[in-house]
Design a binder for this molecule. Structure first.
Ligand code: PMP
Length: 373
């Protein structure tokens, strides 16, 4: 008997397109037989984690036969004090991606709708579709969330709105005044998710205080230890919201969703202000250097508040492939609706120089090398 496996899943799962993550260095080097590659593709912190986080991990290794603290007791209290919120305002996840899952599982029934921007983090639509929800997408305006358009797109069947601030992959932010107007317009039956995965990098004084909104509205702010804290491999993110709302996320959360090492590393990383400041400085300087390099190469790029930048290179897929062969991994952007662009994560100075040099070479090759991409 042959089984039609596709007939076993609901139509909304059948039609899902799997998320394509950035290529790991090991895979690239295996594929092309090269060495000394660099990865500027997944917006990780090129400095790595705080040494204090690594020390905390080492100290916890003897406890790995025990289950982790189910409520992240220590980390929860530390973070709540840091943010000036009550411990019950926090929910932790296996990366902020898991918190996104919890949100959808808790608030969205099949057939209900989520409003998202067209050129934003693909995981929002993926998770909504996987839960049988419908996605209503609103085009970006000048590479930025069109909050006015998104508020207008909210209807009776809308349950969730996702706003990435800064946005991935454009690096743009929504500013205080448009955020305030957006909140005013929003009906009470909608939960707003503000994804601040890159919030710590922002230097624009007009960056809104989304946390403040969680005191009055059904707003949930998402943050992560994967970016500026350099702990992407341990998977830890969190949500901050009104305790009455967060309670429902806790109900759909698995008891041991965050491992011991992630908890202790994050608690230690929070204390290392110097590492965070150094990471920010490195990013600012690297961003300036990349911008200067792009200008010299005559390329258009989108000014970014995050640790990555979207740059127009012509045929994004082809340039991505050619950079790969030179051991430089960036992210092609066709899946995000930007086929002419690649997204580059800011690296350490040598990585930025290598990227710019390689980019210059592959652009100079023109369309004649036959590699095709
Ligand atoms: N939100 C945005 C906008 C992101 O770019 C990412 C990571 N690429 C995440 C959330 C997820 O981060 P994590 O699950 O590692 O916390």
């Amino acid at each position: 008997m042959t089984v039609d496996f596709a007939s076993l899943v609901p139509s909304w799962v059948r039609s899902l397109e799997p998320y394509s993550p950035g290529m790991p260095i090991e895979e690239l080097e295996r594929r092309y037989g090269i060495r000394d590659s660099i990865k500027l593709a997944s917006n990780e912190n090129p400095l790595g984690p705080s040494p204090r986080a690594l020390e905390a991990v080492r100290e916890s290794l003897g406890e790995l036969h025990r289950y982790p603290e189910g409520d992240a007791f220590v980390l929860r209290r530390k973070l709540a004090a840091r943010l000036g919120v009550s411990p019950e305002a926090l929910v932790f996840g296996h990366g902020s991606n898991e918190v996104l899952e919890l949100v959808v599982r808790a608030f969205l029934s099949p057939g209900e709708e989520a409003v998202v921007a067209e050129g934003t983090f693909l995981i929002y639509r993926l998770i909504v579709q996987a839960a049988g929800g419908r996605v209503r997408s609103v085009p970006l305006r000048e590479f930025t969330h069109d909050l006015e358009g998104m508020a207008e797109a909210v209807g009776k069947g809308t349950k969730l709105v996702f706003v990435a601030n800064p946005n991935n992959p454009t690096g743009t932010i929504v500013r205080r005044e448009e955020w305030r107007r957006f909140l005013e317009k929003l009906p009470g039956h909608v939960v707003v998710v503000v994804d601040e995965a890159y919030g710590e990098y922002v230097e624009d004084p007009e960056f809104p205080d989304a946390l403040a909104a969680t005191r009055e509205k059904p707003v949930l702010v998402l943050r992560t230890f994967s970016k500026i804290y350099g702990l992407a491999g341990l998977r830890l993110g969190y949500g901050v919201g009104p305790p009455g709302l967060v309670e429902f996320l806790e109900r759909v959360r698995q008891p041991f969703n965050v491992g011991t090492l992630a908890q202790v590393a994050a608690a230690a990383a929070l204390e290392d202000h110097e590492h965070v400041e150094r990471s920010k400085r490195l990013n600012r300087e690297g961003m300036c250097r990349l911008a200067e390099g792009f200008r010299r190469l005559g390329l258009f790029w989108v000014p970014s508040q995050a640790n990555f930048v979207l740059v127009r290179v012509g045929d994004g897929a082809r340039i991505y492939e050619r950079l790969l062969r030179r051991g430089v991994i960036v992210r092609p952007m066709a899946a995000y609706g930007f086929p002419e662009f690649v997204r580059v994560t800011v690296g350490v100075p040598e990585e930025n120089e290598r990227l710019l040099r390689s980019l210059e070479e592959v652009l100079r090759e023109g369309g004649n090398d036959g590699s095709g991409g």
